[in-house]
Design a protein around this ligand. Structure first.
Ligand code: SAH
Ligand code: SF4
Length: 361
């Protein structure tokens, strides 16, 4: 199996170019083609001499995932279903800025990407784990989702506006911390000025709570943002819906978060999906507020998106609002996502399941 150009680094290129007796500046040109111009073939790298293109073709593969299906239109949330080389499917979701909702600059685009095919963690409410875990994504498959989307929009980008995506969230299918090495390789490139040049503060990693990897991340030289899928403020409630909590109970998870906070000084986010009758009780508010205060964390409340085949649903709006009010009145920095209806953005894993079912039936 040839290494991929879509995860190439200047270090690898440098030694390769020495071997091929090519001048060092060719390395910058290749990086520019791969990460800035999102080239899909070596042949299109028009300022490289023919012999170098042949060397590249022989020794590397030029790879972007295949878009099998796209849902949504250009000014709404769009979901992309990718087919990988071995036939596996993963999803990415592109969420345009919504200045009215979030007061953001209107040119902000967030891309949510996947890190594994399926997921081994089996959270009871989640579509991504329904069929178990198949494999880790390679660095070029993680990064390839970003490059393929930017390639897709390339003809529409205004002159001089080189990027479509300026905010990256690792919240698609899979548990990113369980594919730690490949994730770090991909994010290093996403962040690097010679790579995709997305600021580390614009990259958020979401985890169901793999405490040792959170500690490992705190030792990395990157300022990525960290989001914890908490979804329960006591071990009793959390263990019922997230099996990982039996391995790393809330206290251990919070110890790891404290280390991250102390090392990075970055505010952590607690994601908290509100699921009717499961974790939306008033008795969760005080312990959640206590953890958030202790860790200086922000709480993101997200009404549950129903998943076909699963029995869970979102609570009524008044329950959602009173949960939020309970946190705000305790002085916690908390928000509630108030989009109407069930949008497609938080329900990663469902499109893949549907398509796979359709293909096998
Ligand atoms: N495995 C990581 C990242 C992927 S899941 C994690 O668990 O954090 C990204 C987020 O979507 C998590 O917070 C997850 O709990 C949430 N999620 C999963 N299924 C959902 C659903 N049906 N409705 C709303 N959020 C969901
Ligand atoms: Fe995996 Fe995250 Fe879904 Fe849990 S919520 S099953 S960890 S993708």
């Amino acid at each position: 199996m040839l290494p991929s150009l879509q995860s190439i680094t200047p270090e690898i290129l440098k030694s390769q170019l020495v071997d091929w007796k090519q001048p060092a500046y060719r390395g910058d040109q290749i990086l520019d083609w791969v990460y800035h111009k999102r080239a899909v073939t070596v042949d299109s790298m028009s300022n490289l001499p023919k012999d170098l293109r042949e060397q590249l073709d022989k020794n590397f593969k030029c790879y972007l995932p295949d878009c099998m299906q796209k849902q949504g239109s250009d000014d709404t949330t769009q979901k992309f279903l990718w087919k990988l080389n071995d036939g596996a499917f993963v999803e990415s979701v592109l969420i345009p800025a919504n200045p009215a909702l979030y007061g953001e600059a209107s040119d902000r685009h967030t891309l949510c990407i996947s890190t594994q095919v399926g997921c081994a963690y089996g959270c009871k409410f989640c579509a991504s784990g329904l069929d178990g875990w198949k494999r880790n994504l390679e660095p070029e498959e993680i990064l390839g989702q970003l490059l393929a989307i930017e390639h897709h929009f390339q003809p529409k980008l205004k002159q001089g506006q080189g990027r479509k995506v300026n905010n990256l969230v690792i919240m698609g299918m899979g548990e990113p911390m369980a594919n730690y090495e490949n994730l770090m390789k991909a994010l290093k490139i996403a962040n690097a000025p010679w790579g995709c040049n997305i600021g580390a503060r614009k990259i958020t990693i979401s985890t169901s709570g793999l405490a040792p990897q959170i500690v490992a991340l705190s030792r990395e030289p990157f300022q990525f943002r960290l989001a914890i899928s908490l979804h329960g403020a006591t071990d009793e409630v959390r263990s019922r819906i997230m099996p990982i909590n039996r391995k790393y109970p809330i206290k251990d998870l919070m110890d790891a978060c404290r280390q991250y906070l102390n090392k990075k000084g970055k505010m952590i986010t607690f994601e908290y999906i509100l699921i009717e009758g499961v974790n939306d009780g008033q008795n969760q508010i005080q312990p959640l507020a206590d953890w958030a205060r202790e860790l200086h964390a922000k709480v993101n409340l997200i009404p549950y998106n129903t998943v076909e085949g699963l029995p869970w649903s979102r609570p009524e709006e008044d329950i959602q609002e009173s949960f939020l009010e309970g946190l705000l009145s305790r002085g916690i920095n908390a928000t509630l996502r108030r989009e109407k209806g069930h949008d497609i953005d938080a329900a990663c894993g469902q499109l893949r399941l549907k398509v796979e079912k359709g293909l096998t039936e």
